[in-house]
Design a protein around this ligand. Structure first.
Ligand SMILES: [Zn+2]
Length: 459
């Protein structure tokens, strides 16, 4: 034990933290490829050992596939709040190898970046937390809270084992909040707390007409065309200004508060650069909202796939027998997937003419997610981010969803604080993945402050 403060200790360990990171990134823990099963074991044991060295007590839970590592701060005190840090030691496949500047599992340091598969998603991000917790444990004063680390090896392939593990071990994983660092921030100068995720509702629509494709010359004009009917129905689901026209769809949409809009407006934005990045001639979106708000805080109705009739070479003069469309809606708090699907179905039935038969099949649904950004835990996280990164912490919403967040809410009853350390050019899931060592260091400082801030917020 030393008298160094956790922040001073972190600084004194700078080089070792980088060496640890390189060593961890050398393990090719690719969960999607069975030839790497042993490497997954190796990665689980590597991170378990790292946790032990940090002063944590560790359990390795075997599963039918890859182990789940649970580490805890020693001598948990029932009077103190408990926080759970989630991470994953598995990585995406590195292919195609030829697009990598250097081999994916031979970490390459270049300036303040390190290139390796899995270094940003997610090895560096949870290692930063472990380094910060170690800094606390070597300090003369007790940690202000209990911390449990939960590190799995199947995130990139659907977290099957963890989703079974969570309800079975809910008691021992009980916590006041979950901290997840597995996402990105716009820049080192714009560190963010992600406080909301969109949900999803999927449906498949099929319109059936004649029992076979028919000659459009002999029969055309005397019966309806299923492809045309489907297009006409779909065209009435959203107006040309981007507003969904399904009755009741916006009923449960939570309004963005003035505070949220003010915070979101501080995120870096360049509509023209964004337009060029998307490769479209012009941006499109609901009036009265910024592109950032449109893609994270508003519901959407998207046609993902449209199928009907003949699509081969040349022409084929038919009235197709059927037409179908795959649809997903992105949902925002407090929309309920089931209620939304029912509303869409009802609208489709109302629009469908009697000349065809309509079938609507339900696909998967996922609820949107929101942590009150003005609540004590979110505000505590913002203070820790600000202290760690040395600049104002902003609020952001994510347009997609992170399924594990809903699982933590369902099985542990706990909210998740999403505090990313990845930068937009980190290339997760792509060749030349990298981690910024400045983000890594800022993430560690943030984590040191986080435990104090979160504990104080719960007091
Ligand atoms: Zn990840």
């Amino acid at each position: 034990m030393t008298s160094q403060t956790p922040i001073e200790y972190l600084r004194s360990q700078d080089e070792r933290h980088i060496e640890d990171l390189l060593e961890y990134a050398r393990i090719p823990s690719v969960s999607a490829q069975s030839q790497h099963a042993e490497d997954l074991q190796k990665a689980a044991h590597w991170i378990a050992n790292r946790c032990r060295h940090a002063g944590l007590t560790v359990d390795i839970h075997e599963t039918p596939t890859h182990p789940i590592v649970v580490a805890r701060t020693p001598n948990p005190e029932p009077g103190k709040p408990t926080f759970l840090v989630y991470g994953h030691y598995d990585v995406q496949p590195p292919e195609p190898f030829e697009l990598w500047t250097s081999p994916p599992f031979e970490p390459r340091r270049e300036g303040r970046n390190v290139y390796a598969r899995g270094i940003s998603d997610n090895k560096g991000q949870h290692l930063a937390h472990i380094n910060a917790i170690e800094a606390w444990l070597q300090f003369g004063q007790p940690l202000p809270c209990n911390i449990t680390l939960l590190i799995e090896g199947e995130e990139e392939v659907g977290s099957t084992s963890l989703l079974k593990f969570l309800p079975e071990h809910a008691q021992e994983l009980a916590c006041d909040a979950v901290v997840i660092s597995d996402n990105g921030i716009p820049s080192l100068k714009h560190p963010t707390l992600t406080y909301a995720l969109r949900g999803i509702a999927a449906i498949e629509i099929r319109v059936d007409g004649p029992d076979r494709d028919l000659h459009s010359g002999i029969f055309g004009g005397s019966l309806d065309n299923p492809a045309m009917v489907l297009c006409q129905m779909l065209a009435q689901m959203r107006d040309t200004k981007g507003r969904i026209t399904v009755p009741g769809l916006y009923e449960d949409v939570q309004k963005l508060s003035a505070y949220e809009r003010r915070q979101m407006a501080k995120l870096p934005s360049n509509p023209d650069k964004y337009r060029r990045f998307l490769g479209v001639p012009q941006l499109f979106g609901e009036k009265g909202f910024t592109p950032e708000e449109q893609r994270t805080a508003r519901p959407t109705f998207e046609i993902n796939g449209l199928t009907s009739g003949y699509q081969g070479e040349g022409s084929k003069t038919i009235i197709p027998s059927w037409a179908s469309a795959k649809i997903t809606l992105r949902l925002v708090p407090d929309q309920e997937p089931r209620k939304i699907i029912a509303a869409v179905k009802k609208h489709l039935q109302r629009l469908c003419p009697k000349t065809v038969r309509l079938t609507v099949r339900h696909g998967h649904g996922g609820k949107p997610y929101l942590v009150d950004p003005t609540g004590p835990l979110a505000q505590a996280a913002l203070r820790a981010i600000q202290a760690g990164f040395g600049c104002e912490a902003l609020l952001a919403r994510e347009g997609g969803s992170i399924p594990i967040v809903s699982a933590f809410k369902e099985h542990l009853g706990a909210d998740s604080l999403l505090i990313g350390m990845a930068l937009p050019d980190d290339n997760p899931h792509s060749p030349n993945e990298k981690l910024s060592l400045d983000a890594y260091a800022a993430g560690m400082r943030m984590s040191v402050h986080l435990w104090e801030e979160l504990a104080a917020a719960m007091a």
